[in-house]
Design a protein around this ligand. Structure first.
Ligand code: BTN
Length: 255
């Protein structure tokens, strides 16, 4: 696989002093690896790509399955100090969707969809980089998984969509080369200005907008976009609710 690592480094290094690109043939999970490093005091900015993950993780404790060669799995780790962390996954989703294809949409808060199927997902975790100073930067680990070709395996809760359907012949390294710089631009923009500048761009790709939705806490209603902090507005039987909890999952009532 040509990961185009040099090109990615050239595009990103001017924005992030000390930035490196690292490609591992195999690791349990790129997120787990960068969180492990952060706990050991290693908080340098890095984009870590895995050709293959043995224990890929998704949100809410789910696993993330991917086959070597058929998917892009990487994490961007860097110290970050936004005023408010809410909406980061939406800003990241906007950057990736725009970098990939006009038909890629975002399902709040962290899924990339094409049609009614899942193209990819985002898993963001943070570690304290300066334990003595709670207000200081944290080390953000932004993990991204994209289906490039879809394996024959079944058993997904939502059908996977492959990127090569939108971009015939695309390889995982090409997807990385498209995404890396816009992703870092978005993360840096989010650090300075929060989610607000991404709001309109998110709206243009919001899968749930004006659709009936079911929440995992039993509520249901109609989704009406997001707040300027990235919370999902849902009109429920008891009025307008803002969904912010990472522990609540949301799905369209009908696909
Ligand atoms: C989700 O859809 O719930 C998020 C999936 C995130 C998967 C990526 S693959 C690279 C990084 N390492 C992981 O273990 N998870 C993320």
């Amino acid at each position: 696989m040509n990961w185009r690592g040099e090109e990615v480094w050239q595009a990103v290094a001017p924005l992030v002093p000390g930035f490196t690109v690292e490609i591992l043939p195999e690791v349990d999970s790129t997120n787990t690896e960068l969180m492990r490093r952060a706990r050991g005091g290693r908080i340098e900015p890095v984009l870590l790509v895995a050709e293959s993950q043995t224990a890929g993780r998704g949100r809410l404790g789910r696993s993330w399955a991917s086959a070597a060669g058929d998917s892009l799995t990487f994490s961007l780790g860097l110290p970050l100090a936004p005023q408010d962390w809410s909406g980061l996954s939406l800003a990241v989703g906007v950057a990736i969707a725009e970098a990939l294809h006009p038909l890629v949409r975002i399902k709040w808060p962290n899924d990339l969809w094409v049609g009614g199927r899942k193209l990819g997902g985002i898993l963001i975790e943070t570690a304290n980089s300066a334990p003595a100073d709670a207000q200081g930067p944290r080390y953000a680990v932004i993990g991204i998984g994209i289906n490039v070709r879809v394996p024959a395996a079944a058993g997904y809760s939502i059908a996977p969509a492959p990127l090569d359907e939108l971009l015939p012949g695309v390889e995982a390294g090409d997807a990385l080369a498209r995404i890396a710089r816009p992703l870092v631009d978005a993360v840096k923009g989010f650090e300075s200005f929060g989610f607000a500048p991404f709001h309109t761009r998110f709206d243009a790709r919001d899968v749930l907008r004006d659709r009936g939705v079911l929440l995992s806490d039993g509520r249901s209603g109609t989704a009406h976009g997001t707040t300027d902090q990235g919370g999902l507005l849902v009109h429920t039987a008891s009025g307008m609710a803002t969904i912010t909890s990472n522990e609540v999952s949301v799905r369209p009532a009908a696909l």
